[in-house]
Design a protein around this ligand. Structure first.
Ligand code: AFP
Length: 327
Protein backbone atom coordinates (compact mmCIF):
# COMPACT_ATOMS: atom_id res chain seq x y z
CA UNK A 1 0.00 0.00 0.00
CA UNK A 2 1.30 3.46 -0.78
CA UNK A 3 0.88 6.12 1.88
CA UNK A 4 -1.13 9.17 0.79
CA UNK A 5 -1.35 12.25 2.96
CA UNK A 6 -3.69 15.14 3.70
CA UNK A 7 -2.76 18.18 1.60
CA UNK A 8 -2.03 21.60 3.03
CA UNK A 9 -5.00 23.11 1.18
CA UNK A 10 -7.33 20.49 2.57
CA UNK A 11 -5.97 21.09 6.07
CA UNK A 12 -6.48 24.83 5.70
CA UNK A 13 -9.97 24.51 4.27
CA UNK A 14 -10.90 22.41 7.26
CA UNK A 15 -9.32 24.99 9.59
CA UNK A 16 -11.19 27.91 8.00
CA UNK A 17 -14.51 26.07 8.07
CA UNK A 18 -14.09 25.02 11.70
CA UNK A 19 -13.49 28.65 12.64
CA UNK A 20 -16.31 29.97 10.42
CA UNK A 21 -13.92 31.98 8.31
CA UNK A 22 -13.99 33.08 4.67
CA UNK A 23 -11.85 31.51 1.94
CA UNK A 24 -9.83 34.68 1.38
CA UNK A 25 -6.94 33.45 3.51
CA UNK A 26 -6.91 30.21 1.53
CA UNK A 27 -6.49 32.16 -1.68
CA UNK A 28 -3.63 34.15 -0.15
CA UNK A 29 -1.93 30.97 1.05
CA UNK A 30 -2.34 29.42 -2.39
CA UNK A 31 -0.47 32.44 -3.78
CA UNK A 32 2.34 32.09 -1.21
CA UNK A 33 2.78 28.35 -1.69
CA UNK A 34 2.73 28.78 -5.49
CA UNK A 35 5.40 31.47 -5.19
CA UNK A 36 7.53 29.23 -2.96
CA UNK A 37 7.32 26.29 -5.39
CA UNK A 38 8.23 28.55 -8.27
CA UNK A 39 11.23 29.98 -6.37
CA UNK A 40 12.29 26.49 -5.35
CA UNK A 41 12.30 25.43 -8.99
CA UNK A 42 14.57 28.35 -9.98
CA UNK A 43 16.83 27.67 -7.02
CA UNK A 44 17.25 23.98 -7.83
CA UNK A 45 18.33 24.71 -11.40
CA UNK A 46 20.12 27.96 -10.45
CA UNK A 47 23.68 26.68 -10.75
CA UNK A 48 23.01 25.39 -14.26
CA UNK A 49 21.32 28.56 -15.42
CA UNK A 50 23.76 30.99 -13.80
CA UNK A 51 21.19 32.28 -11.33
CA UNK A 52 23.21 31.80 -8.15
CA UNK A 53 25.47 34.82 -8.57
CA UNK A 54 25.33 38.55 -7.87
CA UNK A 55 22.86 40.81 -9.68
CA UNK A 56 25.26 43.76 -9.61
CA UNK A 57 23.34 46.20 -7.40
CA UNK A 58 22.76 46.87 -3.69
CA UNK A 59 19.48 46.49 -1.81
CA UNK A 60 17.80 48.89 0.60
CA UNK A 61 20.05 47.62 3.40
CA UNK A 62 23.17 48.40 1.31
CA UNK A 63 23.87 44.69 0.75
CA UNK A 64 24.74 42.97 -2.55
CA UNK A 65 21.64 41.72 -4.34
CA UNK A 66 21.86 38.20 -5.69
CA UNK A 67 20.22 37.30 -9.00
CA UNK A 68 18.04 34.85 -7.06
CA UNK A 69 16.85 37.66 -4.73
CA UNK A 70 15.44 39.48 -7.76
CA UNK A 71 13.85 36.36 -9.22
CA UNK A 72 12.24 35.48 -5.87
CA UNK A 73 10.96 39.03 -5.44
CA UNK A 74 9.40 39.14 -8.93
CA UNK A 75 7.75 35.77 -8.46
CA UNK A 76 6.32 36.65 -5.04
CA UNK A 77 4.92 40.03 -6.07
CA UNK A 78 3.33 38.41 -9.14
CA UNK A 79 1.48 35.80 -7.08
CA UNK A 80 0.44 38.31 -4.40
CA UNK A 81 -0.91 40.60 -7.09
CA UNK A 82 -2.88 37.92 -8.92
CA UNK A 83 -4.38 36.67 -5.65
CA UNK A 84 -6.34 39.93 -5.47
CA UNK A 85 -6.25 39.70 -1.68
CA UNK A 86 -3.26 41.86 -0.66
CA UNK A 87 -3.51 45.57 0.03
CA UNK A 88 0.19 46.33 0.64
CA UNK A 89 3.36 44.32 0.99
CA UNK A 90 6.66 45.04 2.68
CA UNK A 91 9.64 43.17 1.30
CA UNK A 92 13.30 43.13 2.22
CA UNK A 93 13.95 43.64 -1.50
CA UNK A 94 12.01 46.88 -1.79
CA UNK A 95 12.82 50.20 -0.19
CA UNK A 96 9.20 51.38 -0.19
CA UNK A 97 5.97 49.74 0.83
CA UNK A 98 4.64 47.92 -2.27
CA UNK A 99 1.04 48.82 -3.16
CA UNK A 100 -0.73 45.71 -4.50
CA UNK A 101 -4.55 45.72 -4.52
CA UNK A 102 -5.00 49.01 -2.72
CA UNK A 103 -8.78 49.12 -3.09
CA UNK A 104 -9.93 45.58 -2.52
CA UNK A 105 -6.95 43.97 -0.76
CA UNK A 106 -7.59 42.45 2.63
CA UNK A 107 -4.20 41.47 4.00
CA UNK A 108 -0.79 43.00 4.62
CA UNK A 109 2.07 40.65 3.77
CA UNK A 110 5.58 41.20 5.14
CA UNK A 111 8.16 39.00 3.45
CA UNK A 112 11.75 38.21 2.65
CA UNK A 113 11.59 36.00 -0.44
CA UNK A 114 15.15 34.69 -0.14
CA UNK A 115 16.85 35.11 3.21
CA UNK A 116 20.34 33.77 3.90
CA UNK A 117 22.17 34.97 0.82
CA UNK A 118 25.58 33.65 1.92
CA UNK A 119 24.16 30.18 1.21
CA UNK A 120 22.98 31.03 -2.31
CA UNK A 121 26.25 30.49 -4.24
CA UNK A 122 26.41 27.02 -2.67
CA UNK A 123 22.77 26.09 -3.35
CA UNK A 124 22.37 25.49 0.40
CA UNK A 125 19.19 26.24 2.39
CA UNK A 126 17.69 29.70 2.28
CA UNK A 127 14.36 30.89 3.64
CA UNK A 128 11.24 32.48 2.24
CA UNK A 129 9.77 34.09 5.36
CA UNK A 130 6.42 35.85 5.62
CA UNK A 131 3.98 37.35 8.11
CA UNK A 132 0.33 38.18 7.44
CA UNK A 133 -1.90 40.76 9.14
CA UNK A 134 -5.46 41.67 8.25
CA UNK A 135 -6.52 45.19 7.32
CA UNK A 136 -9.10 46.95 9.39
CA UNK A 137 -12.28 45.98 7.55
CA UNK A 138 -14.53 48.37 9.46
CA UNK A 139 -13.69 52.03 9.28
CA UNK A 140 -10.49 53.68 8.11
CA UNK A 141 -7.34 51.66 7.55
CA UNK A 142 -5.15 51.63 10.64
CA UNK A 143 -1.75 51.30 9.04
CA UNK A 144 0.48 48.60 7.67
CA UNK A 145 3.13 48.60 10.42
CA UNK A 146 1.79 45.86 12.66
CA UNK A 147 3.42 44.33 15.72
CA UNK A 148 3.89 40.55 15.56
CA UNK A 149 1.12 39.98 18.13
CA UNK A 150 -1.31 41.34 15.49
CA UNK A 151 -0.21 38.89 12.78
CA UNK A 152 -2.81 36.27 11.96
CA UNK A 153 -0.24 33.89 10.50
CA UNK A 154 3.48 33.64 9.87
CA UNK A 155 5.47 31.03 8.05
CA UNK A 156 8.61 29.95 6.27
CA UNK A 157 9.61 27.77 3.36
CA UNK A 158 13.09 26.32 3.66
CA UNK A 159 14.25 26.29 0.04
CA UNK A 160 15.18 23.93 -1.60
CA UNK A 161 14.28 21.34 1.04
CA UNK A 162 10.54 21.17 0.24
CA UNK A 163 9.52 21.98 3.80
CA UNK A 164 6.97 24.57 4.83
CA UNK A 165 6.15 25.62 8.41
CA UNK A 166 3.15 27.78 9.25
CA UNK A 167 2.04 29.32 12.54
CA UNK A 168 -1.69 30.10 12.77
CA UNK A 169 -2.92 32.49 15.44
CA UNK A 170 -4.09 30.50 18.48
CA UNK A 171 -4.09 27.33 16.38
CA UNK A 172 -0.53 26.05 16.55
CA UNK A 173 2.49 25.75 14.30
CA UNK A 174 2.36 23.11 11.59
CA UNK A 175 4.96 21.61 9.31
CA UNK A 176 4.35 20.27 5.79
CA UNK A 177 6.51 18.44 3.24
CA UNK A 178 6.34 18.62 -0.52
CA UNK A 179 5.20 15.42 -2.27
CA UNK A 180 5.72 13.95 -5.75
CA UNK A 181 3.01 16.16 -7.23
CA UNK A 182 4.50 19.33 -5.66
CA UNK A 183 1.70 19.57 -3.09
CA UNK A 184 2.60 20.41 0.52
CA UNK A 185 1.20 17.52 2.59
CA UNK A 186 1.17 15.80 6.00
CA UNK A 187 0.30 18.46 8.58
CA UNK A 188 2.45 17.84 11.64
CA UNK A 189 1.95 19.93 14.76
CA UNK A 190 5.21 21.35 16.05
CA UNK A 191 5.66 21.61 19.82
CA UNK A 192 9.07 22.56 21.17
CA UNK A 193 10.39 19.55 23.13
CA UNK A 194 10.60 20.09 26.90
CA UNK A 195 13.33 17.52 27.31
CA UNK A 196 16.60 19.48 27.09
CA UNK A 197 18.62 16.48 25.82
CA UNK A 198 18.48 17.59 22.17
CA UNK A 199 18.47 21.35 22.74
CA UNK A 200 20.75 23.35 20.48
CA UNK A 201 22.34 26.79 20.58
CA UNK A 202 22.58 28.62 17.28
CA UNK A 203 24.50 31.88 16.81
CA UNK A 204 27.41 33.24 14.84
CA UNK A 205 30.20 32.01 17.12
CA UNK A 206 32.81 34.17 15.42
CA UNK A 207 30.93 37.24 16.68
CA UNK A 208 30.59 36.20 20.31
CA UNK A 209 33.20 38.64 21.67
CA UNK A 210 31.34 41.51 20.01
CA UNK A 211 28.21 40.85 22.12
CA UNK A 212 27.36 42.69 25.37
CA UNK A 213 29.39 41.36 28.28
CA UNK A 214 26.36 39.88 30.03
CA UNK A 215 25.48 37.93 26.87
CA UNK A 216 29.07 36.66 26.58
CA UNK A 217 28.92 35.56 30.24
CA UNK A 218 25.63 33.74 29.67
CA UNK A 219 27.13 31.89 26.71
CA UNK A 220 30.21 30.91 28.73
CA UNK A 221 28.12 29.59 31.60
CA UNK A 222 25.65 27.67 29.45
CA UNK A 223 27.10 26.58 26.12
CA UNK A 224 28.61 23.31 27.32
CA UNK A 225 25.13 22.00 28.19
CA UNK A 226 23.95 22.10 24.56
CA UNK A 227 24.88 21.17 21.00
CA UNK A 228 25.98 24.04 18.75
CA UNK A 229 24.65 24.39 15.16
CA UNK A 230 24.73 27.37 12.78
CA UNK A 231 23.99 27.61 9.06
CA UNK A 232 23.73 31.39 8.65
CA UNK A 233 20.19 31.17 7.30
CA UNK A 234 17.55 32.07 9.88
CA UNK A 235 14.82 29.85 8.42
CA UNK A 236 17.10 26.80 8.32
CA UNK A 237 18.57 27.42 11.78
CA UNK A 238 15.15 28.08 13.30
CA UNK A 239 13.75 24.99 11.55
CA UNK A 240 16.16 22.88 13.64
CA UNK A 241 15.31 24.74 16.87
CA UNK A 242 11.59 24.11 16.33
CA UNK A 243 12.24 20.38 16.05
CA UNK A 244 14.97 19.94 18.65
CA UNK A 245 14.45 22.85 21.07
CA UNK A 246 17.09 25.27 22.33
CA UNK A 247 17.74 28.85 21.26
CA UNK A 248 18.68 30.78 18.13
CA UNK A 249 20.16 34.18 18.86
CA UNK A 250 21.41 37.15 16.90
CA UNK A 251 22.42 39.57 19.70
CA UNK A 252 23.25 43.25 19.32
CA UNK A 253 26.84 43.83 18.24
CA UNK A 254 28.24 46.38 20.70
CA UNK A 255 31.91 45.45 21.24
CA UNK A 256 33.26 45.16 17.69
CA UNK A 257 36.98 46.04 17.47
CA UNK A 258 35.98 48.27 14.54
CA UNK A 259 33.25 50.44 16.13
CA UNK A 260 31.82 51.20 12.66
CA UNK A 261 30.79 47.56 12.53
CA UNK A 262 28.73 47.71 15.73
CA UNK A 263 25.02 47.01 15.31
CA UNK A 264 23.42 48.13 18.59
CA UNK A 265 19.96 47.70 17.00
CA UNK A 266 20.78 44.13 15.95
CA UNK A 267 20.97 42.81 12.39
CA UNK A 268 17.73 40.98 11.71
CA UNK A 269 14.63 42.75 10.43
CA UNK A 270 11.72 42.88 12.79
CA UNK A 271 8.73 42.59 10.47
CA UNK A 272 9.76 39.80 8.10
CA UNK A 273 12.42 37.90 10.05
CA UNK A 274 12.26 38.24 13.85
CA UNK A 275 8.47 38.59 14.27
CA UNK A 276 7.88 35.73 11.82
CA UNK A 277 9.95 33.19 13.75
CA UNK A 278 8.76 34.63 17.10
CA UNK A 279 5.14 34.05 16.01
CA UNK A 280 5.76 30.45 14.94
CA UNK A 281 7.73 29.87 18.14
CA UNK A 282 4.94 31.18 20.37
CA UNK A 283 2.43 28.90 18.63
CA UNK A 284 4.81 25.99 19.27
CA UNK A 285 5.09 26.78 23.00
CA UNK A 286 8.25 28.91 22.88
CA UNK A 287 9.10 32.59 23.21
CA UNK A 288 11.30 35.35 21.77
CA UNK A 289 12.81 38.57 23.15
CA UNK A 290 15.01 41.43 21.96
CA UNK A 291 18.19 42.86 23.55
CA UNK A 292 16.22 44.48 26.40
CA UNK A 293 14.25 41.30 27.18
CA UNK A 294 11.10 42.75 25.57
CA UNK A 295 8.93 40.14 23.80
CA UNK A 296 9.56 40.45 20.06
CA UNK A 297 5.82 40.14 19.36
CA UNK A 298 5.13 43.26 21.46
CA UNK A 299 7.47 45.55 19.54
CA UNK A 300 5.55 48.14 17.54
CA UNK A 301 7.53 48.79 14.33
CA UNK A 302 8.19 52.44 13.53
CA UNK A 303 9.50 51.75 10.02
CA UNK A 304 9.24 48.87 7.53
CA UNK A 305 12.86 47.74 7.63
CA UNK A 306 13.44 48.16 11.37
CA UNK A 307 16.12 45.92 12.83
CA UNK A 308 16.19 44.09 16.13
CA UNK A 309 18.32 41.72 18.16
CA UNK A 310 16.66 38.31 18.48
CA UNK A 311 16.66 35.50 21.04
CA UNK A 312 14.10 32.83 20.10
CA UNK A 313 13.40 29.27 21.21
CA UNK A 314 12.47 27.13 24.21
CA UNK A 315 10.61 29.10 26.87
CA UNK A 316 12.94 28.22 29.78
CA UNK A 317 16.01 29.39 27.90
CA UNK A 318 14.34 32.60 26.71
CA UNK A 319 13.15 33.34 30.25
CA UNK A 320 16.66 32.76 31.51
CA UNK A 321 18.41 34.99 28.97
CA UNK A 322 15.51 37.48 29.27
CA UNK A 323 16.33 37.94 32.99
CA UNK A 324 19.96 38.63 32.09
CA UNK A 325 19.03 41.08 29.30
CA UNK A 326 16.49 43.06 31.29
CA UNK A 327 18.59 43.04 34.49
P1 AFP B 1 22.06 37.39 4.59
O1 AFP B 1 20.86 37.18 3.71
O2 AFP B 1 22.68 38.73 4.42
O3 AFP B 1 23.03 36.25 4.52
O4 AFP B 1 21.49 37.42 6.06
C1 AFP B 1 20.84 36.30 6.55
C2 AFP B 1 20.36 36.67 7.91
O5 AFP B 1 19.50 37.77 7.84
C3 AFP B 1 19.68 35.49 8.61
O6 AFP B 1 19.01 34.63 7.77
C4 AFP B 1 20.83 34.80 9.33
O7 AFP B 1 20.40 34.19 10.50
C5 AFP B 1 21.80 35.92 9.62
O8 AFP B 1 21.47 36.98 8.73
C6 AFP B 1 23.22 35.49 9.41
O9 AFP B 1 24.07 36.55 9.66
P2 AFP B 1 25.66 36.34 9.86
O10 AFP B 1 26.20 36.04 8.49
O11 AFP B 1 26.12 37.65 10.39
O12 AFP B 1 25.87 35.21 10.81
Amino acid sequence: MIRLEQTFMNFLLDHQERHNRTYNFLILMDALTSAAKHIEHYYLTGALKGNLGLAGNLNVQGEDVMRMDQIAQEITVHYLRTSGRVIHAISEESDKVIPINTESGRYFVYFDPLDGSSNVPHGLPVGFLFGVAKRNLEGPEDGHLRAGRDYMAAGMFVIPTGTFTLGLKDAGTWRFHIDETMDFVRPTRMILPEDAKKWELSFNAASRYTYAEKVQNWIEQNEQKYVFRYLGSLAADFHRILSNGGMFMYPAIVNHPDPKKNRPQGKLRLMYEAAVVAFMCREAGGAAVDETGTPILDIQPRKPHQRTALYVGSKLLIEDIGRVLSG
